[in-house]
Design a binder for this molecule. Sequence first.
Ligand code: CA
Length: 653
Amino acid sequence: MKNYISDYEKFDKENAYYGNDLGVTVDGEITRFKVWAPLCTAAYLNLYTGGDGDNRVETVCMRKIESGVWYVELFHDVYGMYYTYTLEYEYNETHEVVDLYAKACGVNGNRGYIANLAALNPEGWEDSARVVCKSPVDAIIYECHVRDFSISGTSGVHWSKMGRFEGFVEPNSRYEGVATGIDHLKELGITHVQLMPVADYATVDEKKNGSGQYNWGYDPKNYMCLEGSYSSNPEDGDVRIREFKTLVMELHKAGIGVILDVVFNHTYYTTESNFHMTVPYYYHRIDEHGMFTNGSGCGNETASEHLMMRKYMIDALKFWVTEYKIDGFRFDLMGLHDIETMNIIRDELDKIDPSILMYGEGWTGGESPYPTDKLSFKWNSYSFGRIGLFNDNIRDAIKGSTFNLHDTGFVSGNRHANSAIKRGITANARYKSLQGTADDLCWAFTPAQAINYCEAHDNHTLWDKLSISVSDRSEEDRRRMDKLAAAIVILSQGVPFIQLGQDFLRTKPKVFKAHETANETNIYDGNSWNAPDETNMIRWDEKKKNLDVFSYYKALIALRKSSPLFRMRTSEELDEHLFFHDNGDDVITYELYSKDECYLIALNPQNEKKTVNLPNGVFYCRLNDEGKPVYKNVYGNVTVPRISCAVFKRIKE
Ligand code: CA
């Protein structure tokens, strides 16, 4: 395929289309199709009765109307039909493509589908609303993979729904009396679920549903369509839509918001992608030799600075928000998107609902040719202050570097991590009293910009990292380290983020292929994107086995929700209400103080109990190392058990 575009700015000026009617519009008896394809010489609409197979019923010639838009209208009902476009280029080259604006698709996303979306609303949908979230710091985010959540026999979910949208919200599921599934989410108290990609992805064959295929879903194919393998019938374009809307509605009923993980930064296919086949060399970044650049590490990267790619992202996100009532977005490799685009997206979502969350990874997976000062890297954070960023500084300070398995962090006895932990406690935002302490880690524009975590789908789970890096310590010690890590993530300023199962010591045992051999450090899988269920699935019996850990996480979440002092909005509030006490290097102690309340929080990573001084007044232990309150008056010097967090609350001055 030839690159017809020599100057992208000029191309945008001459060809960009600003209308809001790309894709299919059904207007009474008339159905209109519009596709932006300025470089093709002819375009045709193909209608089919199925999502695949030899069942074409009609091919209709489209005409070019404006700004490279091709158009055709049909005067008969086409709901329930599948469709593609055939685009012709010079030299007799033709491509049959799926409409980039297809809102639904057939099996394996090979044809668009004309769905009557409103007719697929489950009963009660009108009453389903986004959750109230006045500030991102009020959110407690829980990252879940749809299949992991209920594919295990221990999930208690009916076998016909396991690993699917339906299984995600099956009520009253239990494992030997312990709540699993959606009931687990309610019990834990998180406010938002972040679903790993649920938009259509490429590598799971939906025609072999039930054959145990696995993928995280970072191999995007159709951006406005749902993944078929999570539905009970991928062959019927309606089913996945109805089942996903039910998932959103049931989570909303439980007071839980739904965040989508969106992967606009690259496409799974490059020359075969719908983007490239619709407008060659337009939607991806191209280097001076005309080659696709690889800032994603996945073979290509998209070009958000090109007006129609930017518009595409905005249109897709607005579609998810308005059609599915989505509560927020997590942007994969957000460092590849230009800052201007991200700020425009923020403005556009604000017009719909300013509480819609936006955050992402402030890094890339490879080298991008786009100027680094214009990309949404973490170090440019002040230029997009209302969009959150994963806080890899607190992550690595807590448990040691993610990229060095044997490295230790604050909870596992590394004293060098203290100053980075203090920065994390203040959400890595500007804070006057820590000047001279790890100043380079002060990057967040406001506390709401820091997404604090120590475990996500990438890399080893916290429990596996501890098992490797401090293998010489007892299991009891490592359990204490895990709980201390949770206390830092959940009680620090900023936005806490937890991975599914982290709250009961999730582990990802590696499944070895024939040519691989196990050793001490590779028995856990740190990159399980296409590993089998045995590695990825949630074993709910582990919740029962580790109920003490679960109860501790639950108690931390309840404590965070109980007081605004754990959820400050601005640096000015931090300056006014948060004070570090000087207890030497052994223990980090800080005070949260307002006219109504006073807390002392002590983080003791040492393998021996430590004494700390309470501020003036009478206190009680609000949260001990079991996550429980101890209703006994204390004042002056108090003891903090080894490897633990203690929270004291003032009763009277
Ligand atoms: Ca798919």
